[in-house]
Ligand binder design. Structure first.
Ligand SMILES: Cc1cc2nc3c(=O)[nH]c(=O)nc-3n(C[C@H](O)[C@H](O)[C@H](O)COP(=O)(O)OP(=O)(O)OC[C@H]3O[C@@H](n4cnc5c(N)ncnc54)[C@H](O)[C@@H]3O)c2cc1C
Length: 497
């Protein structure tokens, strides 16, 4: 099996002006990865181009929940919820090492949110339509039972909780696994390769122009897929009357020892009644998310503002936490939300559905969710084939990859990252910058925050044989890593007080 490192090296060495592909996919987030995997599986000569790191966009800044969208069911979108809930179950079965069930306690505080009984009904329906295991049937927890499951917390007066199940993942691992499978099916992959513009001839898209080692290079394709998420309108306009409205969602990360949770808590925010989650993830506890218009330049990294931080921290008194624990790190993602001109919905009411639109030689896709990326890829490829340019598909056998890294008991610091895992990704993960390794192949940067600095010597010693960087390159990359981390980390004081 070719690793990501081998695939990228080989592709980069072979890219040449005038080269012809069946399909060029732009954007290595979950959407582009899913399309590239399906296209390669259908037998098309497929090239995936990414301007930054693999999974470097929204697909590593999500809330990491693989879910059916309970919210949609509450709004009466039965079909949408059923599709997503079933997608969740299929993903869990395909990659049980990446997508794991997570118990949720939906806490009913007095005078806030929907009542326990209507919610019980909604959750029962949610469970039934997903086809989940009977062990995951929702249950009711009395205030006493809830308190017993959350020792150390002193919950504000509540009526009890609805206990249900959804799933959680590491979103960048989901992208990487999909890319590994795409490569296994024959797709070519190249990151740090921005597409400058689409090539057009006689009103039809015929390829892309990239920057290849400092010079412009034109690559031809029977069909191009634009899967650039919140940046999709940078390459081609949206259908008339629609605009992309970037909505920012921020998350705060705490040491799990400060907020030890056995389950995700679904809480109604005291200020506006919005649902906010407090949940265990990768050995930490995460609080998120916010939902507001991102008015800053979307080319720059998005980060959590002071107001968002204060808004999220206002949840903690509901758990009886009066002293805010240190915030290890924070991340913010941008949702590509579609807005109709003249419409001004509240951010949380805006639809999360995806949009696919096309013109001769080009299919574009934006929006949607991690959870439904397989179904989105099916739709994109159906649209691509409907243009009648691609030859008939010649599907190969579906390749399902399982965990590659050999795990041992040695964890780095207080993270759940094994030393072998770090070395595995350093060798096979197409690492170009140290931040690729520390923020996306592993999550050390988010999970350890500034204490990662304590492990500099060890990380360098472990990874040098794989990366083959000189001492000077290590030092430069180490600086570069901290600049990146700072660019993502929230504004204001480190400890959130
Ligand atoms: C705060 C937040 C929380 C979320 N939580 C969840 C959740 O819990 N569960 C869930 O299912 N979904 C969730 N989502 C939605 C989900 O994260 C997104 O729908 C999904 O990640 C979008 O993936 P994408 O591949 O379309 O975009 P991206 O991941 O952004 O990928 C697009 C890629 O295109 C690249 N690109 C852009 N322009 C160019 C160019 N010119 N040349 C080459 N490459 C280019 C970018 O660098 C980027 O890597 C959340 C989203 C947000 C913002």
């Amino acid at each position: 099996m070719r690793s990501l490192t081998e695939s990228v090296c080989q592709t980069r060495a072979q890219l040449a002006d005038g080269q012809q592909w069946d399909l060029i996919v732009i954007g290595a987030g979950i959407t582009g990865a899913g399309v590239a995997r399906l296209a390669a599986q259908q037998g098309y000569r497929t090239l995936l181009l990414e301007r930054g790191d693999l999974a470097g966009g929204t697909s590593n800044f999500s809330s990491k929940m693989v879910h059916g969208g309970l919210r949609y069911l509450g709004q009466g979108h039965f079909k949408l919820t059923r599709q997503a809930a079933r997608a969740r179950e299929r993903l869990r079965q395909r990659w049980p090492d990446i997508i794991t069930p997570l118990p949720y306690y939906l806490v009913h505080h007095k005078g806030r949110g929907p009542g326990p009984w209507p919610m019980r009904l909604v959750l029962w329906l949610y469970h039934r339509i997903s086809g989940a295991a009977p062990a995951h049937t929702p249950r009711w927890l009395s205030p006493e039972a809830l308190a017993a499951r959350l020792p150390g917390f002193n919950l504000a007066p509540n009526k009890g909780a609805n206990h249900y199940f959804d799933a959680v993942c590491d979103d960048s691992q989901l992208v990487l696994r999909t890319l590994e499978e795409a490569v296994c099916q024959g797709a070519a992959l190249c990151h740090y390769t921005p597409v400058r513009r689409l090539l057009r001839e006689s009103g039809q898209v015929t390829g892309v122009e990239i920057d290849h080692q400092g010079t412009p290079c034109r690559l031809k394709a029977t069909l191009v897929v634009n899967a650039t998420g919140v940046w999709a309108d940078g390459l081609t306009p949206l259908p008339e009357g629609l605009t992309l409205r970037p909505l920012r969602g921020s998350h705060l990360v705490f040491d799990a020892r400060d907020l030890p949770l056995p389950a995700a808590l679904t809480l109604f925010h005291p200020q506006d009644g919005r649902v906010v989650f407090c949940y265990p993830w990768a050995g930490t506890t995460v609080l998120g998310t916010t939902d507001l218009d991102h008015l800053a330049d979307k080319a720059a990294p998005a980060r959590c503002s002071d107001q968002e931080r204060d808004y999220l921290l206002a949840i903690l008194p509901l758990l009886g936490v009066s002293q805010v624990p240190p915030i290890l790190s924070s991340w913010s993602g941008l949702r590509p939300i579609l807005a109709r001109e003249g419409q001004n919905q509240a951010p949380s009411d805006a639809s999360r559905e995806h949009l696919i639109w096309d013109e001769p030689g080009l299919v574009s896709v934006t929006g949607g969710k991690l959870t439904t990326f397989v179904e989105m890829a099916d739709e994109v490829m159906a649209r691509a084939q409907a243009q009648g340019r691609l030859p008939a598909p010649a599907p190969q056998e579906d390749q399902v990859l399982t965990q590659q890294a050999h795990l041992d008991g040695n964890l780095i610091g207080n993270s759940l990252v094994h030393r072998h895992e770090l070395v595995h990704w350093a060798r096979h993960g197409a690492i170009h910058r140290l931040s690729d390794l520390l923020l996306r192949r592993t999550r050390l940067g988010w999970v350890l925050g500034q204490t990662l600095a304590d492990y500099q010597t060890e990380i360098q010693r472990l990874c040098t044989p794989a990366l083959e960087w000189s001492e000077a390159r290590w030092q430069a990359q180490w600086q570069d890593y901290w600049q990146q981390w700072q660019a993502y980390h929230m504004e204001g004081p480190e400890d959130g007080r």
